[in-house]
Structures are given as C-alpha cells and as structure tokens.
Write a protein that binds this ligand. Structure first.
Ligand code: AMP
Length: 437
C-alpha cells in the first residue's frame, strides 16, 4: 500500500512552501516594527491548557481536538485505565492558550511594567470536516499583547493586521473588517441568559445543535451555518444594546481610534467568535469573494480574564491569528502568485570523470562565497548536464574540461547572453560574484 497524507492535511510543495516562508517573513517584519518578539511553544500541551483556556463547551475543545497518547498511555487507556491529568495531551488547536501558559510559566507577565508582545507561527490541528479553506492541520501566525486594557491597543493590533496584509500585497478593498464587543463579566452573563431564553422560545425554528447550544454556549448559535437558524438569530436581541457602561465606553473608544486612522469596519453584533475566552473587542477579517463559506482569513479579540482562568495573575490581553492557507487562497483569488525562484545560480558541468574532483572543489568555493551552486552526481553526459542547468534555471555554467584544466583554468558561460570567458580555477567565485552583482 502506498501511504497518502492524512485526510485534511496537505503537503506544501515548491512555491507554496516558499510562500509560507515569505508570509512568515512579512509578518515578522511588520509585527517586530510594533515591538513583537517570537516565541515557540510546543505543538502539544496538556489537555487542561485548552480545556481551561478555550472552554470545554466550545466546538474546538468539545469536538475538534486531536489527542496525543504515548505508548504507555495508550496501553493504559486500552486496558480501561484512567490517565493522570499530565498524561492527557492534545495537539494545539490554536496558539493563544499555549502562549499564555508559556507566559505564566516563565513569569513574562508585566507587573506594572511595559506590555509583553509575543508572536508565533506554526501548525494548528482541528478535527473538522475538511473542505476548501478548512483543514485538519493548518498554519497560523498570531500575536498576543499582554498587560494593556486600553482601547488604543485594540485599534493598534487591528491596524497592524491590516498593515500585514497591505505589505503582503493583498488589496484591502477585497476584504471587509467585522467588529463587535462581546461585553465582559459585568454584562455578558445577563446577555447569555437573554439569548438562551430566545433560543428556547424559538426552539422549533432552530436546529438541534442550536437547541443544544442554549444549555452549553448560547452565543455560538449566532455562528450556526444553517440559513434558517441564521434568519432566526438575526431577530435576537443584540449585544450592542446589552453592554454595560464600561464596555460601551471601551468599544466607542476602539471605534474612535479606528476612525481616526481611517480604518473602515462593519459593526456586526452577530460576530461572537468560537472561543470562550473573548471579552469586549472581537474582530474578523474576511475576504469578500472567492473563498466560499471559509472566508475569514484572520481574527481575534480581547481576553482580559484568560490569564487568571489559566492560573496566572489578573492581566488584560488581546491577540489575533491569521491563517496561512486561507491567506494564500485570498492572494490567489486576487490574482497574486508567488513565483518559485531558480534552483541554483551556478551549475558546474564536467566533461569527464577526471574533471569532477576539480569541479567539486569549485562548487564548494562558490557555496563558501554564498553563491548557490550545484553539479551532477548521477554520471550524466555533458549534454544532459547542460539540460539540467537549464531546468534548474542556473545563471552561469562553469565548464571543467581537460584542456582548460591543463592550463589551470575553466570556462564560465553566462546562460542569458551565451558569452563565455576563461578564468583561473581559484578565481571562479570572485568572477561569478562580480558578474552577479
Ligand atoms: P480562529 O482561531 O478560529 O480564530 O482562526 C484564525 C484563523 O485561522 C482563521 O481566520 C483562518 O484563517 C484560520 N483557520 C482556522 N481554522 C482553520 C482550518 N480548519 N483550516 C484552515 N485555516 C483555519
């Protein structure tokens, strides 16, 4: 049997693999200008990090987690045993919970100090039904800003997300920014109850899942993809009418900062986002056309209670994550591609086997001079070595032949102009470097 990549996963090849590097690089360039530093946390964490951080009743934790079992744990579970909590491990479905766990564990939390700004990039795992733009393994780039409750932070990170997409080349006219406030501990519990009651009052018009959500996570009913449910939920009381004075004031200031920066947004009181930890500001960047139902390329929000819930000191926080694969689809939909560059700069072609030792040395000298160089290792004829150089889109071919060798020289051929020049063996790197400049 020939194995295939698991369902919902993709191999990134060629230009897509390079696009991942390029997109990370643009993100790091932009985000570091705003003071963000990279962190790299494990791909799996103790399950409780996600259960406590994201919430047991969310789809992500309740239905979509991949669990990780060591051999011993597997045998224990297979024999009907119970695992200790530190043996229960899961692949990370998102980056925030693990980053907050890391910030608490390493005491990164500012106590009256400046904000701590962290960014990360890497794979996330959710066992969802795969479709276009929805994978089981996908890559995210995200940021977390810890220690600032001020609405200027909310506006700043939204502006930074837009700046990233602008520098990546995605036309912002092809996107829309949705904005909402989800309230806080003072006003959300009452609103949850209102929505629970609304769902119960409309139970016969709503799907089974939404009816279930009334008892677990009523606000998630706003996210239901069933068009009938969406219609019913459109008539539900709006969170914007239920915010307490502090949340209303905070939200108004976020909008004022965005207005001042000329950022356009659409207020969407149905935007609740899937994770329990959000308080106050939430936002989502969507692509208007071409991505179907999975049109959110990035999103995030404020989570002022999360640090405490996870056992750290009470610290406000806010962050976002953007999805690499959907960003790539959005760029494609906008007609923006990533060109795969050439495979090498210089190809060393050797006329016979005796010339190979010298060719091999020249190749190393080029690489030492930071020039990409390659040669044949499969015994090809000279003709097919030239063909190979063409396939690899080499700019120069260095021909090593017995006559030239006898004179201590080689021939350097420019593949564009077909011009050739002789050059001393130990001066090849210098010559090619000067021509490439
Ligand atoms: P979330 O953590 O759900 O807010 O997701 C943040 C971003 O990650 C989304 O806007 C998507 O771009 C991306 N994303 C989330 N889930 C998936 C998935 N299953 N497949 C591909 N990308 C995803």
């Amino acid at each position: 049997m020939i194995a295939k990549a698991p369902r919902g996963t993709v191999d990134l090849l060629g230009s897509e693999a390079e696009a991942w590097l390029r997109i990370q690089q643009v993100a790091i360039d932009v985000f570091s200008r705003y003071g963000y530093r990279l962190v790299k946390t494990p791909i799996f964490e103790q399950q409780q990090v996600f259960v406590r951080g994201i919430g047991q009743d969310t789809d992500v934790v309740g239905k979509e987690m991949f669990h990780v079992l060591s051999k011993n744990a597997f045998e224990k579970v297979s024999a009907g045993g119970e695992l200790k909590s530190d043996q229960k491990l899961s692949l990370r479905p998102e980056g925030t919970a693990g980053t907050i766990r890391c910030a608490i564990e390493h005491n990164l939390i500012p106590q009256g100090g400046p904000t701590v700004k962290l960014m990360y990039a890497g794979p996330m795992f959710r066992c969802e039904r795969p479709q276009k733009g929805r994978l089981r393994e996908f890559n995210q780039i995200g940021i977390e800003c810890l220690g600032a409750a001020d609405p200027s932070t909310d506006a700043e990170i939204i502006i930074m997300l837009l700046k990233f997409y602008e520098e990546l080349g995605l036309p912002l006219e092809s996107t829309r920014l949705l904005l909402n406030s989800m309230g806080d501990d003072a006003c959300r519990p009452a609103y949850r109850e209102t929505i629970k009651q609304y769902i119960l009052d409309h139970s016969d018009e709503l799907c089974e899942e939404c009816n279930h959500r009334a008892h677990t996570n009523p606000l998630r009913a706003f996210d239901c993809k069933n068009p009938e449910c969406a219609k019913v939920m459109d008539g539900a009381p709006k969170i914007s009418d239920a915010l307490c004075d502090d949340c209303r004031d905070h939200y108004a200031k976020v909008k004022a900062y965005l207005d001042g920066a000329g950022v356009e947004y659409i207020e969407d009181s149905r935007l609740v986002r899937g994770l329990d930890y959000y308080t106050r500001t939430v936002f989502e960047l969507q692509v208007i056309d071409g991505l179907g139902s999975q049109n959110a390329i990035g999103g995030g929000g404020r989570y002022d209670k999360l640090m405490e819930v996870m056992g750290g000191p009470s610290t406000p926080g806010i962050g976002f994550a953007l999805g690499f694969e959907r960003t790539l689809l959005a760029l494609e939909a906008a007609g923006i591609g990533f060109e795969l560059g050439s495979d090498t700069d210089v190809y060393i072609a050797c006329i016979d086997d005796d010339c190979k030792a010298c060719g091999f040395k020249i190749m190393q000298s080029l690489r030492d001079a930071k020039i990409r160089a390659d040669m044949d290792h499969q015994g090809r004829s000279l003709k097919s070595q030239f063909k190979q150089a063409g396939k690899m889109a080499a700019s120069y071919v260095v021909v090593v032949g017995p006559d030239e060798l006898a004179a201590g020289e080689v021939t350097v051929r420019c593949m564009d102009t077909h011009e050739e020049e002789r050059c001393a063996i130990d001066e090849v790197a210098e010559l090619v470097a000067s021509r490439m400049r």
